[in-house]
Ligand binder design. Structure first.
Ligand code: ACM
Length: 688
């Protein structure tokens, strides 16, 4: 092909793409993307006559009936339409005249591997969902909700035909409620969000060094001494399990043993591996030494008592025992433990931990539970019935997914979390492209052992106020990875849809957007927040645990209401700015010059605005040095692009500013997320 022809082709393709973008109201913004889908030209209008009929429904309080009620509420909240009938199968609504027909064959018993498929049809005359189970039908409702769009002055459902089912059976979100306790309402709204994006496992990390979060009647010391009063009553646990079950979501509890044991040992020091030690609830972050003593029979009596009491609170068969990050320091130091290992021919800590895990597996089996644990539990003698949770990667000196491959080759079922550590605060695309299915040859049998994955929300640096913005919307993209076809991996398409799903997440109660507004109000001490907000659009919190390096700068009771907490992993302006820079530099597109200058002008004005509110906002003072640096960067860049050149002196100044770090004592903990892009632009201008 001649260069010219290629260029013309590119231009034509570009204009088609542009048209598609301009026509956003006609785009389908579903997430997860369905397996099969065909749009039609019709829409179904939302009017006051809207009604839902569940066929074969006898009882108002079935899962699908309650889901339909929630659906109608979300729909009216979104559309503002005063529907005449607010409930499915309302008296006086003939089945034949309903807007939405739901057909379900059976009510599922929520467990791994149930049928979650559904079909959905929307035309201008009506809508239908067909599913084998009520869980499939609820997925259909989640899809339908995301099909609401504005059209000609009203709201409609987009005309479509969908046939859908999940790629993986295990699609999880883990919430750590030990490092920072998450009250019931926080958990519930996140379960609602999970349902919206078809996640189906809520992994509840209930104990760690920083707290034990469950009321225990047989062992009350646990929550009385090791929760600071922040724990779930058993009634609340059952309520959450039911709440999740109502949404087709399994709950897998985790009690992390034998390491991560400070909370356990604060209550029962006699079970610790270091005799005579005074244990206390940990306030810092990191990996700590307190470890249960696996050579003490009382440890097993204790765990038997605990598991016997807590196991029935959860209906799912899987029970997570943690098992991670036990460095065994107190095992090495304890001569009795060393003697025990010799007598029992346990040659190292791994073998001792396996001995412990096998004892636990037997206890759990008595209470009808299957053991799962983090990948460290996978030692040669571990029974194949254990489910291996793969998590370690390059940060831990391993290849990503290394343990996942090892697990399936050794006959274990497994799920993947490496690559889905959302607490690393990486960009959504870093997670989105990670696939649970590794890029190696596996037999069908081995591949089937990969059940799916889980996003992990470790909570060292999150609170009930910020947790939603750390989970969402990025976890919606991870949910798509677990549900949709492997080939669905176009980054631009994902971002286009992520913005819409983010709005639906807010509709179902997620507070990621409003918590930022609150945080900025608090930082500004209730003055004008627009400068701060502008700064959040280009600032991202430190990534990969570089915030709170060492684990002691922030304690569990430190403030998490700072500027870094108001910033998010994918700062809002970064992608559009990056596209402009790329267009300018890579395609010599001069038309974007004005847009770039507008950005720089806005960023250059932030520091002055902050100074106007600083006299009455002490927290703003901490942000000003950074805002001034950003301002100087913006002024140099604006001038450079205006003149289409940058002097060597200015280039060096710009480089120095871009590389400068803020004073760590200030706890600003954010990075300028457009650093690379500005550098790229400056170097381009320097060459001209
Ligand atoms: C883990 O992140 N320690 C499982």
């Amino acid at each position: 092909m001649s260069n010219k022809l290629f260029l013309i082709l590119l231009l034509v393709m570009g204009s088609v793409r542009l048209q598609a973008q301009e026509n956003t109201s006609h785009q389908i913004h579903l997430m997860p993307w369905p397996q099969e889908m065909k749009t039609n030209d019709s829409n179904f209008s939302i009017t006051e006559d809207f009604s839902v009929f569940i066929h074969g429904e006898q009882d108002k309080y079935t899962r699908i009936s309650k889901a339909a009620v929630r659906f109608i509420r979300y729909m009216t909240d979104k559309s503002g339409v005063f529907v005449t009938q607010g409930f499915p199968n309302a008296k006086g609504v003939a089945a034949s005249s309903a807007s939405l027909h739901i057909y379900v064959d059976t009510e599922a018993n929520i467990m791994m591997g149930i049928d979650e498929s559904y079909t959905l049809t929307v035309t201008d005359t009506g809508m239908e969902i067909h599913a084998t189970t009520d869980v499939g039908a609820m997925h259909g409702l989640s899809t339908l909700l995301q099909l609401i769009k504005a059209d000609k002055g009203g709201y409609v459902f987009t005309g479509i035909e969908i046939k859908d089912e999940p790629r993986f059976v295990w699609r999880g979100l883990m919430m750590d409620v030990a490092r920072h306790f998450m009250p019931i309402d926080v958990v519930k709204r996140n379960i609602d969000a999970m349902a919206l994006v078809k996640l189906n496992v809520f992994h509840w990390h209930l104990s760690d060094d920083q707290g034990f979060r469950v009321e225990t009647k047989t062992l009350p010391e646990l929550y009385k001494k090791a929760s600071d009063g922040l724990y779930y009553t058993q009634a609340e646990i059952k309520d959450i399990v039911k709440y999740a079950d109502d949404r087709g979501i399994r709950v897998v509890p985790e009690f992390d043993v034998p390491g991560h044991g400070s909370a356990f040992l604060t209550a029962f020091p006699e079970l610790g591996s270091k005799k005579g030690m005074t244990y206390s609830v940990e306030r810092n972050s990191g990996i700590f030494d307190p470890t249960l003593d696996p050579t003490n029979e009382k440890t097993y009596e204790f765990l038997d008592t605990l598991f016997k009491e807590v196991a029935p609170l959860f209906t799912d068969v899987y029970f997570h025992i943690g098992g991670d990050e036990n460095e065994g320091k107190h095992w090495h130091e304890n001569p009795e433990i060393q003697q025990f290992m010799k007598e029992n021919k346990l040659k190292d800590n791994h073998e001792l931990q396996t001995y412990f895990n096998i004892r636990l597996e037997k206890i759990l089996a008595k209470y009808g539970k299957s053991l799962m644990g983090w990948e460290e539990i996978m030692t040669p003698n571990m029974p194949k019935s254990a489910l291996i949770h793969s998590w370690r990667g390059v940060n831990e000196g391993m290849q990503p997914g290394e343990s996942l491959i090892k697990a399936v080759k050794n006959g274990y079922q497994t799920i993947l979390s490496n690559g889905y550590y959302i607490d690393l605060l990486l960009s959504v695309e870093d997670h989105y492209l990670v696939d649970p299915m590794p890029d190696v040859t596996l037999t069908d049998k081995e591949a089937k052992r990969i059940l799916g994955g889980e996003a992990t929300m470790w909570a060292e640096l999150v609170t009930p106020l910020t947790v939603d913005s750390r989970i969402w919307p990025r976890t919606a993209a991870i949910a798509e990875r677990f549900w949709s076809a492997q080939e669905v991996r176009d980054i631009d398409h994902m971002y286009e849809r992520l913005n819409t799903v983010s709005q639906f997440l807010e509709l179902v109660g997620i507070q990621h957007l409003k918590s930022q507004e609150y945080l900025l109000r608090n930082i500004s001490n209730y003055q004008d927040t627009h400068g701060l907000r502008q700064l959040t659009t280009i600032s991202e919190p430190f990534k990969i645990y570089s915030r709170n390096a060492g684990g002691t700068q922030y304690k569990t009771y430190s403030p998490f209401t700072l500027f870094a907490d108001a910033c998010i992993a994918d700062a809002k302006a970064v992608r559009s700015f990056r596209k402009l820079v790329d267009a300018y530099v890579d395609q010599s597109d001069q038309t974007v010059k004005e847009d770039l200058m507008r950005y720089f002008k806005a960023w250059g004005a932030i520091a002055d605005q902050l100074k106007t509110i600083e006299p009455h906002a002490p927290l703003v003072s901490r942000v000003i040095p950074y805002a001034e640096r950003v301002g100087e960067i913006a002024v140099i860049s604006e001038k450079a692009i205006e003149n289409k050149r940058i002097s060597e002196e200015e280039l060096q100044r710009l480089k120095a500013l871009l590389e400068q770090k803020e004073d760590p004592e200030v706890n600003l903990d954010v990075e300028l997320a457009v650093t690379k892009d500005i550098m790229k632009l400056a170097e381009y201008l320097a060459k001209n």
